[in-house]
Design a protein around this ligand. Structure first.
Ligand SMILES: *Cc1c(COP(=O)(O)O)cnc(C)c1O
Length: 360
C-alpha cells in the first residue's frame, strides 16, 4: 500500500490515523458484531455514536447551549435553499458575493425572496475579500450571508463583516474546524464535511435556537425545515449514519491534536511554507491578495497555461495528486486541510523548486 499526498479540494484528505481506526472497526464495531454501516440508527450503540460526535463538536467549537447542532444531508448546496426557506421572515436578505459558492447561494435565495448583493469581488476574479466594515445593510434583511473561506479562489475573511445588528449566516465548508471560532457572532454556521472533516454525505448546521421557526409556510417540505431535524436530534429519518461516525472520529482526533487553537497554529505554519515559497519564486505566484489568503486553499499559477499543465502532469507522476486548479480559474490549487501533514507541503515545495530550476 502506498498513499499519495492528496491536495484535493474535496472530498479531501482525512487523517490516516482515523482511516486506520475505522478500518479496524469495519467488521465489528465495539463488540456489536456488525459494522456501523449495518447498524440501526435507532440502536443504543448508534445513539451513543451520534451523541458523542455532537458533544465532541460542541466541546471543540465551544458551542453555547442555545445553539442546536444538526447533522443533515443534501450537501452544502441544499443549504443554499434551506437558509432562505427557513430564515426569510421579511422576505429579504443581504449577500456578499466572494466566489462561486456565495454566488450560487445568492442566486438560489432569489427564488424565495429579495436577495441583495451588497458587496462583491467579482471585478477582480474574486481574488480578494471586499471591505465589509460599513456595507449598505438592508433595513429589512433577515440575515447577512457570507462564504467564509472561498474554496475555489483561495480567499478567507480575516474579519467578519459588520452586519449592523443583523444575523450572520456563514458557509464554512472549507475552513470548518481549521481554527477557533466565536459561535456567538453567527446565527447559522454550516458546512459540508467533505472538505475538512469527513466523508461526503453529511452537512453540519449549527443554528441559534430562536432562529428555528414553527411558523413556516405550509408548502415548505418537512425535510427542509430545521425544526424537523432539531426536534428529532437529527434522527427524524435515517441520517448519513456512517459519515457521522467518521466525523466523530475526526472530532476525537482533533481533540487529541490539542483542539482548534493547536490546529490554527499548525495550519498557519503549514500554509506559510507554501506562501513564503510563492513569494520568493520567480516562476510560481499566488493569485490572491496577501491579506486575504486562505490557510486551506492555495491557488497559484506560472502565468503560462502550457507550463501549468506540464506542472500538473509531472507533479502527479511524482505522487502529488489533485493539484489542478478549478476548471473555472485554471492554474493550480493546493488544498492543505487539517489532515494534510506538514511533510506533504514541504515535499510539494521541494518539488516546485526543482520544477522551477528545470524550467527556468
Ligand atoms: C464544496 C463547497 C460547497 C458545495 O458543497 P456540496 O456539498 O457539494 O453541495 C459549498 N460551499 C463551499 C464553500 C464549498 O467549498
Amino acid at each position: 500500500m502506498s498513499r499519495v499526498y492528496n491536495f484535493s479540494a474535496g472530498p479531501a484528505v482525512l487523517p490516516e490515523e482515523v482511516l486506520r481506526e475505522v478500518a479496524e472497526e469495519m467488521l465489528d464495531y465495539n463488540g456489536t458484531g456488525m459494522s456501523v454501516m449495518e447498524m440501526s440508527h435507532r440502536s443504543k450503540a448508534y445513539q451513543e455514536i451520534i451523541d458523542t460526535a455532537e458533544a465532541d463538536l460542541r466541546d471543540l467549537m465551544n458551542i453555547p447551549d442555545n445553539y442546536k447542532v444538526l447533522f443533515l444531508q443534501g450537501g452544502a448546496s441544499l443549504q443554499f435553499s434551506m437558509i432562505p426557506m427557513n430564515l426569510m421572515k421579511n422576505g429579504e436578505a443581504d449577500y456578499i458575493v466572494t466566489g462561486q459558492w456565495a454566488k450560487k447561494a445568492y442566486q438560489e435565495a432569489q427564488k424565495y425572496g429579495k436577495a441583495n448583493k451588497i458587496a462583491t469581488s467579482e471585478d477582480k476574479t474574486f481574488s480578494y475579500i471586499p471591505d465589509c466594515s460599513d456595507l449598505p445593510i438592508s433595513e429589512n434583511a433577515d440575515y447577512v450571508y457570507i462564504c467564509e473561506n472561498n474554496t475555489i479562489y483561495g480567499t478567507k475573511y480575516k474579519e467578519l463583516p459588520n452586519t449592523k445588528g443583523k444575523i450572520l449566516v456563514a458557509d464554512v465548508s472549507s475552513c470548518f474546524l481549521s481554527e477557533p471560532v466565536d459561535v456567538e457572532k453567527y446565527g447559522v454556521i454550516y458546512g459540508g464535511v467533505q472538505k475538512n472533516i469527513g466523508p461526503a454525505g453529511v452537512v453540519i448546521v449549527i443554528i441559534r435556537e430562536d432562529l428555528i421557526r414553527d411558523d413556516l409556510p405550509e408548502n415548505v417540505p418537512t425535510m427542509l425545515k430545521y425544526k424537523t431535524h432539531a426536534d428529532a436530534g437529527s434522527l427524524y429519518n435515517t441520517p448519513p449514519a456512517y459519515g457521522i461516525y467518521v466525523c466523530g472520529k475526526v472530532f476525537q482526533w482533533l481533540k487529541k491534536q490539542g483542539g482548534l487553537e493547536a490546529m490554527k497554529e499548525h495550519n498557519e505554519k503549514k500554509a506559510k511554507i507554501l506562501y513564503d515559497f510563492l513569494d520568493e519564486s520567480k516562476l510560481f505566484k499566488g493569485t490572491v491578495e496577501k491579506k486575504d489568503r486562505s490557510l486551506m486553499n492555495v491557488p497559484f499559477v506560472t502565468g503560462d497555461p502550457e507550463l501549468d499543465a506540464k506542472f500538473v502532469k509531472e507533479s502527479k507522476e511524482a505522487g502529488f495528486e489533485n493539484l489542478k486548479g478549478h476548471r473555472t480559474v485554471g492554474g493550480m490549487r493546493a488544498s492543505i486541510y487539517n489532515a494534510m501533514p506538514i511533510e506533504g507541503v514541504e515535499a510539494l515545495v521541494a518539488f516546485m523548486r526543482k520544477f522551477e530550476e528545470e524550467n527556468a
